[in-house]
Design a protein around this ligand. Structure first.
Ligand code: SF4
Ligand code: SF4
Length: 433
């Protein structure tokens, strides 16, 4: 047997005679003696060593066969998926005036109408529930809770439809948190609300500077009060957008959460993301969680620093895992407030990147979105392939003007992966997302 092509090998920091093996395919981690690599090469592994390495996904019979399996990995994930995920933009309106708001010229009093809501129900029912899929909807905006009544109507109907088909309907909110009162949540839980992702841009002073109400008043205290009131009803995840100047103050936010009773057992996850000049005008930082990356040295340092601060306080942050661009995931779609479909929230309003309409269904977006762009020699032989799958198409579009190639994350992984794995070993052994 041979060593898998999708293994990263790191020297062990406190034991020079050992190596840390990490499988980017199975996510297994093993500390092994250095001599083990030579034993794999010359076929002199003991039965026990071979069994352990094999069971954890470090060995393969045939490297070509393994690469072919990787080439089919997303197709297999699509085939096995039992759940469709829709990101639904309910409006482009907001009660905050965030300084970096991504909606720019699109922002305004644009709301999903009841007719479009009905089209959404018909589309989701026919396209997913009738095909035997569970349905998860992530309501998004603007501020989705400005459309709370419409969300309740749509969800009530979708939940009944799902139950009639023997399927499950649930939904989540990406919200600024200012309208997430106990009364609002109590009305939405019965129709499927399970969690909300709330944005806090650091401690009060920083947050209030970046995310004030339209009146100019700070929104931090209102959000913390709402979170405290609803954290026993739904799961609360926290996002936050940092800059080069602000990221070192974010640990204070974590301490403020705990001081207000929002302890790690009441928060499902914390994940901070950078606001960058280019991204800030195009992609909602709320959505960028887990999708994008950047190689600027300060960003690499900030992501390792903030992950450590989150984990060492006992909060959870996602472990090292694949981030597959949703363009590749067949049953993931974005629905804009006007019924136009997209494959990524960052593409909303981009001419030529529409993926269809609720009325007519999906169009053939394979060529315009360069589907399967990651199935090239450069990626096939890259140990990061199971984590990366070609990177973010939107970043590629921003940098080059078209989705003409992969957005390579090799230097990003080279810089941060070892640190992230060591953090996962130290803090996340017993927890799962
Ligand atoms: S293009 Fe893909 S990876 Fe990039 S933000 Fe959109 S869904 Fe995420
Ligand atoms: S885009 Fe770069 S990092 Fe990602 S799989 Fe391809 S070669 Fe590897």
């Amino acid at each position: 047997m041979r060593l898998s092509s999708y293994v990263k090998i790191f020297p062990c920091r406190d034991n020079p005679g050992r190596l840390l093996l990490f499988s980017t395919r199975s996510f297994a981690k093993l500390l092994v003696p250095k001599a083990l690599l030579a034993a794999i090469e010359d076929g002199s592994l003991t039965d026990k060593e071979q069994e352990t390495l094999d069971r954890n996904g470090f060995l393969v019979h045939d490297s070509d066969e393994e690469r072919q399996e990787m080439m089919a990995a997303i197709e297999e994930a699509n085939r096995r998926s039992s759940r469709a995920v829709l990101t639904v933009v309910m409006n482009l309106d907001c009660n905050l005036a965030c300084t970096y708001c991504y909606e720019g010229a699109q922002r305004g009093s644009h709301y999903m109408s009841s007719a479009t809501g009905e089209l959404l129900v018909r589309f989701a029912g026919g396209e997913y529930l009738a095909r035997g899929k569970d349905l998860l909807v992530d309501y998004y905006g603007g501020e989705p809770l400005l459309s709370a009544d419409r969300i309740r109507d749509i969800s009530g109907t979708l939940k009944s439809l799902a139950e009639r088909e023997g399927r499950r309907y649930e939904f989540t909110l990406v919200t600024n948190g200012t309208l997430l009162t106990r009364a609002a949540v109590s009305q939405l839980v019965p129709v499927g609300l399970i969690s909300a992702r709330i944005t806090l841009d650091g401690p009060r002073e920083n947050h209030d500077r970046y995310r004030p109400f339209l009146s100019g008043t700070g929104s931090f205290d209102v959000i913390i009060r709402n979170m405290s009131e609803v954290s026993d009803l739904i799961r609360i995840g926290i996002g936050g957008n940092y800059t080069r100047e602000s990221y070192r103050s974010f640990p204070q936010l974590l301490d403020t959460l705990s001081a207000n009773g929002l302890t790690p057992d009441r928060i499902s996850h914390v994940l901070f993301s950078p606001v960058s000049k280019t991204l800030g005008t195009h992609l909602s930082p709320e959505f960028s969680e887990g999708c994008v990356s950047d190689d600027e040295p300060w960003l690499l340092e900030a992501s390792v620093f903030l992950r450590e601060e989150i984990l060492r306080r006992g909060f959870f942050t996602p472990r090292v895992a694949p981030t597959i661009c949703m363009i590749e995931l067949r049953d993931n779609l974005v629905v804009n407030y006007d019924g136009v479909l997209y494959k990524c929230p960052a593409f909303i309003g981009c001419r030529g990147l529409e993926a269809g309409h609720l009325e007519s269904g999906c169009n053939d977006y394979g060529t315009s979105h360069n589907l399967d762009v990651w199935k090239k020699d450069q990626c096939r032989d890259c140990a990061y392939l199971p984590l990366c799958f070609g990177g973010c198409r939107f970043l590629r579009l921003l940098r080059t003007g078209s989705i003409d190639d992969v957005e390579c994350r090799r230097s990003y992984f080279d810089a941060v992966l070892e640190e992230f794995i060591l953090q996962d070993i130290k803090y996340l052994r017993k927890k799962r997302l």
